[in-house]
Design a protein around this ligand. Sequence first.
Ligand code: HEC
Ligand code: HEC
Ligand code: HEC
Ligand code: HEC
Length: 498
Amino acid sequence: MRRKLSLLIIAAFILALAVSSCSKKDLSLSSVFDEPLTFDLNDANLKSFKERLGTDDGYAFTVFYGGDTHGTLENCGCPNHPMGGLAWRVSYQKAFRQQSNKEAPMLFVDAGNLFTDDRYEAGKFPPEVLLKNRWVVKAYGDFLTDAANLSYVDLPYAAELFKKDGFEARVKELPFINKLISANVQPQSEALTSPVPYVIREVELKRGAAGKRLRIGIVGFTSLKPGEGDKLENAFAGFQIEDPQAAAKRVIPELQQKCDVIIALAHMSHGQAQRLASQNPEIHTVIAAQQVNGTEEARHFGSATLVFATNQTKSLGELRYYVKADGTIEKQVNRFVGLDKAMPEDPKALAMVNAAREEFTAEQKKNAAPVALQTVSSAGFVGSQKCADCHAEAYAVWAKSKHAHAMLALENKSQQFDNECVKCHVVGFEKGGFQSMNTTPQLANVQCEACHGPGNEHIKKPAKGFGKMVTPTACIDCHTQPNSPDFEFTTYWEMIKH
Ligand code: HEC
Ligand code: HEC
Ligand code: HEC
Ligand code: HEC
């Protein structure tokens, strides 16, 4: 047993040496993805995971893609079916690499909206949001991502990363910054440096055209930022956004001189992405994103394939490329792989997700100003306890409902400080009610006033006509499709009727 173990260690060591010596040449996903798996693919419990991997049918290389993850490494947290997140994605990619016997190079690209622009105001982010985005830069760098497209949503945070002041040192620490690409975003402010328009990855093929070195060019485009009314804005957060179709006409011919395969990342509408694919025949693949829920069939325009990433990368996009003997692309096959508990979470990636969450929560706690607790918020929210005196029956029904304990669900996941979550699990968030667990804990949970509105006036002068609620519209503000897929007004109201 011990002997077997030491042999294994030696084998792993040799493998590590082999990998490090060739990693300079082969720039596709390597290192972390070449480590031995921490789970056994033949484990019967992983049956559906094995099915999801599909069979190895001779593809020459693979491009995985995602998009619209909006600043998080976590899965979607959807109550019925959590999907997405770094830990399942990495786990799938590792297993995929093992299956193809490491013969098929793999790339991973992000189609845009990688960072959150939440609470960005007057050119500034709160510190915890900066921290959240920074973790994304670190994680995508560590779990090798070949390129990420800068969409207009990403620009406020990109303005932090592309500050001329301290740029070199920042890149040294976070080399992934150099993989943030855009062919139609230019700094408008003197203080910013420009992102590169594209990156070129060179991979050595072992199948199809064995021995051939293929240069894969990855270029990025974003639509303009939607403005108020019908107007589109082309200046934002210190950057200028050029019309993406015009930028393509300029950049694609230049890129074609330098590489064999062109992949365009495009954060834009279906119509715009189609135009990009059909008006630029040099492009092989357009990988687009625009918060598309669910998976869409790939479409073909001449020799170009157009695919859309799923919102929050709940399903990982997988494009398999088959190559002819002369090194040209024979066909591309697109699949979506649901990322969920059918697969184990990769331990290293999971450790990073947890570390990011802990630091983010600590930062939020620190920054929630320690003001005196207020029993009446400025907007007149008083809390359910005050209603109990006169509406004992309604109170009793409510106290037994899940609404009364909605914060516990977040505490169990250590996300009670995450505004992406709290907004639906409290009273009056961003309406002058709940601010944070430090300052307004009495307004945590979905209390009476989350539905009936502020009660301060009513408790002073009780009368009929108070707190009429528009149903089911007001329920659906929180019971959205992703967060409450089974919501149906009559059955749900029956459960909390009072
Ligand atoms: C402020 C956001 C919000 C509003 C408005 C809201 N809910 Fe909820 N609701 C929640 C949250 C959050 C939960 C989950 C609480 C938990 O499980 O911890 C929930 C849970 C429920 C449940 C429990 C489901 C179960 O599995 O037991 C029912 C029933 C329900 N809501 C009905 C309604 C109805 C009907 C309305 C409209 C009259 C409504 N809710 C309005 C946030 C809201
Ligand atoms: C748009 C509103 C909304 C947001 C944002 C939201 N939730 Fe919820 N959450 C709900 C509703 C509504 C339910 C009840 C679903 C149901 O029972 O149909 C719920 C239920 C839950 C439950 C299930 C509790 C149980 O009793 O099983 C958990 C856990 C949860 N949410 C965690 C989170 C986390 C973590 C986040 C942030 C990543 C989050 N939620 C963001 C509205 C939301
Ligand atoms: C999830 C949303 C929700 C919550 C939470 C909630 N209510 Fe209601 N409540 C309603 C709806 C919907 C009605 C039906 C009347 C309407 O449409 O306004 C109602 C009706 C009422 C009525 C009128 C009953 C009648 O006979 O006409 C009272 C009183 C009331 N609620 C008090 C409370 C109190 C007190 C609490 C907290 C202990 C509470 N509600 C929590 C949604 C809610
Ligand atoms: C001091 C007693 C008192 C308190 C405290 C009080 N209410 Fe009322 N509430 C009343 C009376 C009285 C009515 C009118 C009932 C009637 O005439 O049928 C009423 C009516 C309502 C109605 C129904 C309005 C309608 O037209 O049917 C809702 C909803 C309601 N209250 C919610 C609340 C909520 C939420 C709170 C806590 C924020 C609260 N009440 C606190 C006494 C009170």
